[in-house]
Design a protein around this ligand. Structure first.
Ligand code: PMP
Length: 383
């Protein structure tokens, strides 16, 4: 079959099984609201958990940074793309989270791909929570190491996997807060098991950093666990984009030699790094924002009790409602939109079959009235 035929067939299949993905152009979007095709909605589908994406201090830092450093890095960090703001931010992140080193990446997806590809060899194995992000599972399955998944958030399931034979090294992979379920990993138990078996632990805290833990230091800090490798991303609570790996000195140096996404890719723009430095300050000073977010989460969970859809065991800004069947989730999202609430329906293959859901995300930027409006619409739709 030719490429063209294969492409047509794949598109047709997606259309037929209802999994065709489309982008929606928004005229404007922030953590609280968005406008699409001239209509305004309350936004319950952004990852802008602290509402920082439009923060005047961060916007100003980016503008000042662009005026001083230009808009692009001009090359990879190994050429001339490694600039003063990047040197400073890496040190600030390492100090903040208590690691010897931090390395900046252009995105969380690139970081996960690069780190796993650099580390995992032929005789090694990767034991990943079944619900780990696509960037982690994909990197693991493309690596020469053996990938085995373990049941979501179940240390006993990891223990059973660890008991199996392996002639090389073992990397245990999990997330701090899971992106589609909103629940937190039992990091202390996973870390203890990893240590007992001389395995390394990698925690991707994309959805925990900035949101939980003292000063927003994230899930690992909150659970007093220091994994060998910690990934944080800046497209969620930080309101910007980019990512960092926290690790020891040798691992950082190793990544600088072998992580191809660092070596062969243009570095993160210095002006963006200036914005990230300001975002870090906002996160560190963000106790009031985190408190507002926690109040919004509590308000939503209290009000959602009694809805006909099952709430998940989520203690984070991600509050999914389990709908089950794909068509029903899509229809429910459409009905909420008709009532002015923008919520995303998440379907297989992103989540397991039969677990289609509304992924409701809350932000510190939401007002109590916004949460009440969403609840009102959900109750009316459920009835
Ligand atoms: N890890 C997790 C757990 C994520 O949810 C995401 C983004 N959805 C990523 C990594 C990728 O991060 P980025 O958007 O910075 O590429």
């Amino acid at each position: 079959m030719s490429w063209s035929q294969r492409i047509q067939q794949a598109l047709e299949q997606r259309r037929q099984n209802g999994q065709y993905r489309q982008r929606t152009p928004c005229q404007q979007a922030d953590a609280r609201s968005l406008s699409i095709a001239g209509a305004d909605y309350l936004n319950f589908s952004a990852n802008d958990y602290l509402g920082l994406s439009h923060h005047p201090r961060i916007v100003n830092a980016w503008q000042q940074g662009a005026a001083r450093y230009g808009v692009g890095a001009g090359g990879s960090a190994h050429i001339t793309g490694f600039r003063t703001p990047q040197v400073d931010l890496e040190q600030q992140l390492a100090d903040w989270l208590g690691y010897p080193r931090a390395l900046l990446f252009i995105s969380g997806f690139a970081a996960n791909q690069a780190i796993i590809a650099a580390l995992a060899g032929k005789d090694d194995r990767i034991l990943a929570d079944k619900l780990s992000h696509a960037s982690l599972l994909e990197a693991a399955s493309h690596s020469p190491a053996t990938l085995r998944r373990f049941a979501h958030n179940q240390p006993q399931a990891l223990a059973a996997r660890l008991a199996g034979p392996c002639s090389g090294e073992t990397l245990v992979v999990t997330e701090g807060v899971f992106s589609m379920d909103g629940d937190s990993a039992p990091l202390a138990a996973l870390h203890q098991l990893a240590q007992q078996h001389n395995a390394w632990l990698l925690v991707d805290d994309a959805h925990g950093i900035g949101v939980c833990g003292e000063q927003g230091r994230g899930s690992c800090w909150q659970q007093a666990v220091k994994p060998d490798l910690q990934i944080i991303t800046f497209g969620k609570a930080f309101g910007v984009s980019g990512a960092a790996l926290l690790c020891d000195d040798d691992t950082a140096e190793f990544m600088l030699q072998f992580a191809r996404h660092l070596i062969y890719s243009t570095a993160i723009p210095p002006a963006q790094v200036c914005a990230l430095q300001e975002a870090l300050r906002c996160v560190q000073q963000g106790d009031e924002l985190r408190q507002r977010l926690r109040q919004n989460i509590a308000r939503f969970r209290a009000g959602a009790d009694g809805l006909r859809w099952q709430m998940m065991n989520a203690d984070s800004a991600i509050q999914p409602l389990l709908v089950g069947e794909e068509g029903a989730a899509v229809e429910l999202a459409a009905r909420l939109r008709q009532q002015g609430c923008w919520v995303s329906a998440i379907r297989p293959p992103t989540v397991p079959p039969g677990t289609a859901r509304l992924r409701i995300t809350l932000s510190a930027a939401h007002l109590p009235d916004d949460i009440d409006r969403l609840l009102e619409v959900l109750h009316a739709t459920g009835d």
